[in-house]
Design a protein. Structure first.
Length: 151
């Protein structure tokens, strides 16, 4: 099972449609759960990150393989990400990805992560990033299953 825990919600219709499309495509390969927690952008940074961390941790079992999405994380190619996912699924059937809020992910939560992943040194809007993550997870499953899609 793949779980994505993300801070904030999607307002734009076109992004919601893209997310639903990738959820539908992924249903062929894995169970997928997307959990949105409230963002705290109006609070001071440290308070906001702490509240968001608490909300995220309510959805963690402690048994999943936890991947945090961070600018400082390790950058992988699509084939490398697919290999990583495949290797994880051999030993743990539950992978959880965490997308932080506008201030990022708390250090406490980062320390709990099994892997720190970066898509780029660039900063992306959180709503758009969710689509990018879903697309890359879908691409990974296509690669794992030797199906055409990846180029």
């Amino acid at each position: 099972m793949i779980k994505i825990i993300t801070v904030g919600n999607i307002k734009e219709k076109y992004l919601k449609e893209a997310i639903e499309e990738y959820k539908k495509r992924l249903s062929k390969y894995t169970e997928l759960e997307v959990i949105e927690v409230k963002d705290e952008g109006i609070l001071p940074k440290s308070q906001a990150m702490e509240k968001e961390r608490e909300r995220i941790e309510k959805h963690l079992s402690g048994k999943e393989y936890l991947i945090t999405l961070e600018i400082e994380g390790k950058e992988l190619t699509s084939p490398e990400l697919s290999k990583k996912i495949e290797e994880i699924l051999i030993v743990n059937s539950n992978i959880t990805f965490v997308i932080g809020g506008s201030y990022g992910i708390s250090e406490i939560l980062k320390k709990k992560a099994n892997f720190h992943l970066s898509f780029s040194k660039l900063t992306f809007p959180h709503q758009l990033f969710r689509v990018l993550l879903l697309e890359q997870i879908y691409r990974a499953f296509k690669i794992i299953n030797n199906e055409s899609y990846h180029k």
